[in-house]
Each structure stands twice: as structure tokens, then as C-alpha cells.
Design a protein around this ligand. Structure first.
Ligand code: AMP
Length: 308
């Protein structure tokens, strides 16, 4: 079983979609990544920080799903990171209403000793200097370092972000962010430019339009499963990343061919995430449900044309 280190926010989210509104609920990049990777046979640890206002029951929820939480620091007199977002009617775009960094402002990540030799490192959405701090603590070079980020960090910490991009093997980023990072409209050209920044593999997430995987001149595309119900897309990107990283960690195979399957697993798990508010659907997810949906994915994309 491979070890997987995850870094990212563990947060309170307040979400508004055309279908309803929530008060502060459990969220954060590391939370979604951990819950998603928990669907695989991996030994994973989350590195993050929360305030004294963070309920023990949320930490227990992660622990119960085999996410090691030793690396989640609790700042007793601090407040947990808070994010609030409102989705537009198409559910594919959203406005950020609030980002309160709180305890994240002075966070120095500490990777638990036992995980410093992890094969896979998943650098989830968080300040690029914190992501770099995690990479620097690894005692041996991970087999694969994967980076996820967002426009927020491009706006306020672009130089630091470039430093971390240079050091990772894979980047997962959404289409809008890929365009912002490179100044290119074409995603093919954007992916090429991102390759030049460092990562050998570039995954561009396109929300309900699926995900693209680029490696040199090779390209792979997975659609998103068309769903009857999309309730709340929050965390879909992180859930994708967690599925991608979790699958690669559990198989130990980081070839391009296997990464295609990792993209399919990521997309499949993300398709569950959006069906309910927040983490609700991921918490109740069962293995046979995942398998049924993987089969649906296969049926959706398989065809057999005789080429002359
Ligand atoms: P996603 O929908 O995959 O982009 O992820 C949404 C999650 O990211 C929410 O649970 C938020 O708590 C978290 N989040 C939002 N903004 C940030 C940020 N600037 N840095 C880190 N995490 C964030």
C-alpha cells in the first residue's frame, strides 16, 4: 500500500446554489481530497490547520475514513479558514463571496514523521509557500508530486506559485485558471506552456464538460458523466484530484496509460460529490455505487468503429 500525503484547506464553507443555501458546513480542499482518496487502498495523511472553533466531530469523520489527522494542527485561539461562494444558474461558474484566511495566515505545515517518505504527494489548494514547505519536508523525492491551485493564488502569490509549479510532476487546474496562468485561450497551447513551466503532465478540468490530460504530444479526454441531479459543485475539483491521486497511489503505476484510468476514477468520484450539498454525498458513498458508475462511464465512452 502506497503512502499519500495531502495538504490543503480544512474549512468552513457557506454555499449558495439555485437549489438552496447552507450555513457554515464542513469543506476545504484537503477534506474533499481525503474523502475521495479514501475510496482506495492507501495510507493517507492530511496536513492542514483549523481553529479552536472546528468541531471534533468533523476531525473524527476524516479519521473514521482512514485519513491520518496528526498533521492537522489545531490553533485553539484561532478561527478556521472560511470560504463562501454563490453559483450561477448554469452551475458551472461561481462567485466567491468571502475568503477569510484566519489560521491559514501564519500556518507552518508539519508533515508527520512517518509520512515524510510518501510515494505520492497531493498539494491541494492552499498558499503556494505552504505547498513548497510540504515538498521540502519530504525525506526522499516522491514518485509523483501533484499540484492543484486556483485563481485566488494566481492573483496574490503568482511568483511563489511559479516556484511550486516548477517542482511538481502533475498539475490539475480548471480551464479558466489555465487560461489565466498562460494568457492563452486554446487549452492545447495553454497545456504546452504549462509543460514548459515544469509539470510533465497537465490535467485541465472543464467542470460538466469533463477533463483533459496532456503529456508531451499525447492527449486524453474524459467527459463528465451526464447527471440528472447537480446540486452543489463545490469540491468537485478536489474530489477529482483525490480520486486521481488515490488511484495512482493504490496501483503504484504512474505511467501515462494508468493516468488515463486515474482521470476516469477522478471524474467518477467527482460525479457523486456534486449530487448533494458539501461533503454529504462523499461521506455516504459505497464501493458498489462507484463500480456501477464506472461501468456507466465505460458504456458512455466505448465505441467500436471499423476503420478501412
Ligand atoms: P473546488 O470546488 O474543488 O474548487 O473546491 C472548493 C473548496 O475549496 C471549498 O471547500 C473551499 O473551502 C476551498 N477553497 C476555496 N477557496 C480556497 C482558497 N483560496 N484556498 C484554498 N482552498 C480554498
Amino acid at each position: 500500500m502506497s503512502k499519500l500525503v495531502i495538504v490543503g484547506t480544512v474549512a468552513f464553507d457557506a454555499i449558495e446554489t439555485p437549489f438552496g443555501k447552507t450555513d457554515k458546513i464542513l469543506g476545504g480542499a484537503a477534506t474533499y481530497i481525503g474523502l475521495s482518496a479514501a475510496n482506495f487502498n492507501v495510507d493517507q495523511a492530511a496536513v492542514s490547520v483549523v481553529g479552536g472553533d472546528f468541531p471534533q466531530e468533523y476531525l473524527d469523520l476524516l479519521k473514521d475514513r482512514n485519513v491520518n489527522i496528526e498533521g492537522i494542527e489545531i490553533v485553539k485561539d484561532g478561527k478556521t479558514f472560511f470560504w463562501s461562494g454563490k453559483y450561477h444558474n448554469d452551475m458551472n461558474s461561481r462567485d466567491t463571496l468571502a475568503t477569510e484566511l484566519n489560521v491559514l495566515e501564519h500556518f507552518n505545515p508539519v508533515v508527520p514523521q512517518n509520512y515524510r517518505d510518501a510515494e505520492i504527494v497531493m498539494l491541494g489548494n492552499l498558499h503556494p509557500l505552504v505547498q513548497l514547505g510540504v515538498l521540502d519536508q519530504m525525506t526522499k523525492k516522491p514518485k509523483l508530486a501533484i499540484l492543484d491551485t486556483m485563481n485566488f493564488w494566481m492573483d496574490i502569490a503568482l511568483d511563489d506559485l511559479h516556484k511550486v509549479i516548477k517542482r511538481v510532476d502533475v498539475i490539475t487546474i480548471n480551464d479558466e485558471e489555465a487560461r489565466q496562468l498562460t494568457g492563452e485561450y486554446s487549452l492545447v497551447v495553454a497545456a504546452r506552456k504549462i509543460h514548459e513551466m515544469g509539470p510533465k503532465y497537465v490535467v485541465i478540468k472543464k467542470g460538466e464538460h469533463g477533463a483533459l490530460l496532456f503529456h508531451n504530444d499525447h492527449m486524453f479526454y474524459a467527459p463528465a458523466l451526464p447527471l440528472e441531479e447537480v446540486f452543489d459543485p463545490t469540491g468537485a475539483g478536489d474530489t477529482f484530484a483525490g480520486g486521481f491521486a488515490g488511484y495512482l497511489a493504490s496501483t503504484g503505476d504512474i505511467s501515462f496509460e494508468n493516468m488515463k484510468n486515474a482521470v476516469i476514477y477522478g471524474s467518477t468520484l467527482a460525479s457523486f460529490c456534486v449530487e448533494k450539498f458539501g461533503t454529504e454525498r462523499m461521506v455516504s458513498l459505497k464501493e458498489d455505487e462507484v463500480n456501477i458508475r464506472l461501468q456507466a462511464f465505460k458504456n458512455l465512452t466505448q465505441f467500436d468503429i471499423d476503420l478501412k
